[in-house]
Design a binder for this molecule. Structure first.
Ligand code: NDP
Length: 330
């Protein structure tokens, strides 16, 4: 079987040369381990951070070694209690065709209830990010006007739909193309949406939310953040989930120039990591299943076929090739 390794660390935008497709060894199983044939792999923006040496919340990938990430696969052999061949599991040894996994770091998933890829997206990490960010960090209340950037992506699409399901009065999204904007209003139930490539974010917000916004869910940073601060209402909340517009920068980006507005609005900005909120996973799984069943949450994904195309899929997430969660199907 094969695995993707980090060949070198990028400066600025990563390129295919930063990765190497290599043959992997599959060791004999030790007690407590399972051998998994991966079926779907997750590619996520945070992996860009892990390609750099700088210390962050997730450890850097080591040069010359296989990368890791979320994956769902089928158990081929088990030396762990509670796991048998044929079970599907979610685990963290993606970026390879076959993984030897400590069973205690794997979780069984029901692929009859939802497709395997859903456990990487709307029923997995990105869905929980949306839910935790809205509930805990943004303190979403009924009647709130919500703005979310990266709205046609995995987290952003879930944010808009969950905000509506939780009683937001208006949900506005921004994304990078007219097709994505149409997807937001026509498929995902956003009240309004615009392309940040075609309009200044501050102008679009003034027009679409003339009375301002209560919540901004930030996936992008940069101009989006400054514009959201400019439109913040009294007691507004900003949940900083990601800032993808700066991930490939080689110099620190300028900060918002209007932070003083936080004083008059009594506004709050708070960053968060989904990893701190897994205590909400059970509650979220229950509600998400219900929302999926009643149609308030829909499952849009972009699928790239073939293990050899995993790097292209990952670079595609950074470029915006995806609508909904980007997954690689083996
Ligand atoms: P997405 O599915 O949203 O994919 C990334 C999207 O970002 C692309 O599709 C692209 O869409 C958009 N994008 C790329 N560059 C820019 C730019 N310069 N300006 C505006 N948009 C851009 O990924 P995820 O849903 O997985 O992640 C979304 C965000 O959430 C990321 O910032 C990520 O780091 C963060 N995150 C944070 C977590 C946490 O625990 N805090 C957990 C999970 C994710 P478009 O065509 O619209 O440009």
């Amino acid at each position: 079987p094969r695995e993707w390794r980090l060949a070198s660390r990028p400066t600025g935008w990563p390129t295919p040369e930063n990765f190497e497709l290599a043959e992997s060894d599959v060791p004999e199983l030790a007690e407590g381990q399972i051998r998994v044939r991966n079926e779907v792999l997750s590619v996520d923006p945070y992996m860009r951070g892990r390609m750099s040496a700088a210390k962050s919340y997730a450890a850097p990938y080591a040069v010359g070694e296989a990368m890791t990430g979320g994956a769902v696969g089928i158990v081929e052999e088990s030396r762990a209690e509670g796991f048998k061949p044929g079970d599907h599991v979610l685990h963290a040894l993606g970026w390879r065709e076959v993984a030897v996994v400590e069973a205690k770091h794997a979780r069984k998933v029901d692929v009859d209830a939802a497709p395997a890829s859903a456990y990487l997206g709307v029923l997995g990490m990105t869905g929980l990010t949306a839910y935790a960010g809205l509930k805990r960090i943004a303190d979403l209340k009924e009647g709130d006007v919500v703005f979310v950037s990266g709205a046609a992506g995995a987290v952003g699409g879930a944010v808009g739909q969950i905000a509506k399901a939780l009683g937001a009065s208006k949900v506005i999204g921004s994304a990078g193309s007219p097709e994505k904007v149409r997807h937001l209003t026509e498929d995902l139930g956003f009240d309004a949406a615009f392309s940040y490539r075609e309009r200044k974010v501050s102008e679009a917000l003034r027009e679409l939310a003339p009375d301002g916004i209560d919540v901004y869910f930030d996936n992008v940073g940069g101009d989006h953040l400054e514009a959201a601060i400019g439109s913040l209402r009294l007691n507004g909340r900003i949940a900083v989930c990601g800032m993808i517009s700066v991930y490939n920068d080689t110099e620190p980006a300028p900060g918002p120039r209007n932070l003083a507005r936080l004083i008059q609005t009594r506004g709050r900005i708070q960053g968060f990591l989904v990893g701190d909120h897994y205590d909400l996973a059970g509650e979220y799984a229950e509600r998400a299943a219900q929302w999926l069943a009643d149609g308030s949450l829909s499952l849009r994904e972009t699928t790239v076929d073939g293990f050899e195309n995993a790097v292209d899929a990952f670079l595609g997430v950074l470029r915006g090739d995806n609508t909904g969660k980007m997954v690689v199907r083996l």
